[in-house]
Ligand binder design. Structure first.
Ligand SMILES: N[C@@H](CCC[C@H](N)C(=O)O)C(=O)O
Length: 316
């Protein structure tokens, strides 16, 4: 019989994988663990990501971002074929370890990380193109933040959304009745639900994923939005949102979600809608603009801050 105390015999979470330096950062409270992996050697699989992102037994984060040269992964090679300048790729995973196509706050924090770690030179006013699973994105640095050309948006169900009304119902989240919603893709899926008041927004229960019917095939991020009065002030639309993110839960902010909210609110507002929006999230404010791009299509531009808060080393 073993004489070791049972606590000493208990399985620990450590393994023999090499330790990995990391940086913690956030964009309007949407927080990430960032790892520089220029040559594509880091072992950051779904299980390790979920462990690192755990807020009780890990570092804690909404997502984990690996900064890898595009040549080292097939999705990066696909981006390089059309954008040879996209040297760096944002390999993004949600806190549960699942892969997401895109993360708007993540892109800003990722580029800030590349700049601060000396991996790229980017002065205010200059732009950098990076690779993501939703294609190449061009990011411009300004004093106090970064703006991202997110490219064109689209309705997830164009036929259903033709009259810009709704294409789904959202249930639960503490709401007394099912609410109509509109689903929008920014590379990743979003379902936007308009609410009647700021009080209704504040009272939501987002401790569990809201039910969406019909559920988009790969799941969805759900944004609840309430309008300021008046909605448009000096040409700018002003709303407040809360979000339940796919693969995470409620977060303090979601950049692609804020873009989806601007798309839906402008559609619902009709001719009175604006091409400029300020979206308040629990962790700050994001700016969204619709612009006609050189390719002749309408693009969404997301702007906001990015901060790095500490460095550490993953030992498990
Ligand atoms: N917070 C991000 C979005 C992250 C991905 C999302 N959870 C998904 O699964 O699509 C943002 O700022 O856009």
């Amino acid at each position: 019989m073993s004489t070791e105390p049972s606590a000493a015999r208990a399985e620990t979470a450590t393994d023999d994988r090499p330790s990995v330096p990391f940086t913690k950062g956030h964009g309007t409270g949407n927080d990430f663990v960032l790892v520089a992996d220029p040559d594509g050697n880091a072992q950051l699989d779904a299980e390790r990501v979920a462990r690192v992102a755990d807020r009780h037994q890990g570092v804690g984060a909404d997502g984990v971002i690996r900064a890898v040269r595009s040549v080292h992964l097939p999705e990066g090679e696909a981006v390089l074929a059309e954008h040879p300048e996209a040297e760096w790729f944002m390999d993004y995973r949600n806190g549960d370890g699942s892969i997401a196509e895109m993360c708007g706050n993540g892109v800003r924090v990722f580029v800030h990380f590349l700049v601060e770690k000396g991996l790229v030179d980017l002065a205010p006013g200059q732009s950098l193109t990076i690779g993501t699973r939703a294609g190449a994105k061009t990011v411009t640095r300004y004093e106090g933040g970064y703006s991202i050309d997110m490219g064109p948006w689209r309705f997830l169900e164009p036929e259903l959304a033709e009259d810009a009304a709704s294409d789904a119902m959202v249930l639960t989240a503490g709401l007394p009745d099912p609410r109509p919603a509109l689903s929008v893709s920014l590379g990743n899926p979003h379902t936007v639900v308009p609410l009647q008041s700021m009080a209704e927004l504040a009272d939501l229960d987002l401790t569990r994923a809201p039910g969406v019917d019909p559920e988009p095939p790969h799941g969805t991020n759900v944004e609840f939005v309430a309008a300021h009065e008046p909605l448009i002030h000096e040409g700018v639309g002003r709303v407040r949102m809360r979000v339940h993110e796919r693969g995470v839960g409620e977060t303090q902010s979601c950049g692609t979600g804020a873009c989806a909210v601007a798309v839906a609110m402008r559609a619902w507002a009709g001719p009175e809608g604006s091409d400029s929006w300020l979206v308040e999230v629990p962790g700050g404010v994001l700016g969204i603009d619709f612009v006609r791009a050189a390719d002749g299509e309408e693009h969404v531009v997301l702007a906001g801050p990015a901060e790095l808060v500490f460095d550490g080393e993953l030992i498990a």
